[in-house]
Unconditional design. Structure first.
Length: 177
């Protein structure tokens, strides 16, 4: 298996979405091997709030989440790209983030060993109003925190209702690391 340096987590249900294009463009700038996971195309069940993880530090649900954790643990750079839906992330990404409760349990008990990783957030929205990005940004930053990931940069792109809008030079040139 080839080494994975970067994990790109996509959450747009659109094929060739603005957020996905931005994430792949950013990943390529690092000139390293990357793995792409689209949370819309994998099977991750919602957290049941059963408290199993608070007792065992593991999740009782059996699905694709463990595979994603494998790549999350291997990668040194994590890129999460998401459209904004009513100031939040789309449902499949929210489900994925909520399943990190087991990581929170490890984090708060001191069991979780901090791993220095770098994270980048890419958010796209039809509106270009900065306060609409804040809830999604906060949620992804919380995910980063419990996974030992330092957020290096947040890219916010408004006026992205039309597919391909991100390819305009005024947006494209903002994708600098």
């Amino acid at each position: 298996m080839k080494k994975i340096d970067i994990l790109v987590i996509l959450s747009s249900p659109r094929t060739n979405s603005n957020s996905s294009f931005a994430a792949l463009t950013l990943a390529k700038k690092f000139n390293k091997n990357f793995k792409i996971i689209n949370v819309n195309k994998i099977n991750i069940k919602p957290c049941k709030s059963c408290f199993y993880c608070s007792k065992t530090l593991k999740c009782c649900l059996k699905d694709d989440f463990e595979k994603v954790l494998y790549y999350l643990n291997k990668a040194k750079i994590i890129i999460i790209a998401s459209p904004i839906y009513f100031t939040g992330v789309p449902g499949p990404l929210k489900i994925f983030i909520d399943r990190n409760q087991q990581k929170w349990e490890k984090f708060k008990t001191g069991y979780f060993k901090k791993i220095k990783k770098s994270g980048f957030i890419i958010l796209t929205s039809g509106a270009n109003i900065s306060k609409y990005f804040a809830p999604a940004e906060s949620e992804i930053k919380s995910f980063f925190a419990v996974n030992g990931i330092k957020c290096k940069k947040v890219f916010k792109f408004g006026n992205m209702d039309n597919a391909g809008e991100i390819k305009k030079e005024k947006y494209f040139k903002k994708l600098k690391v």
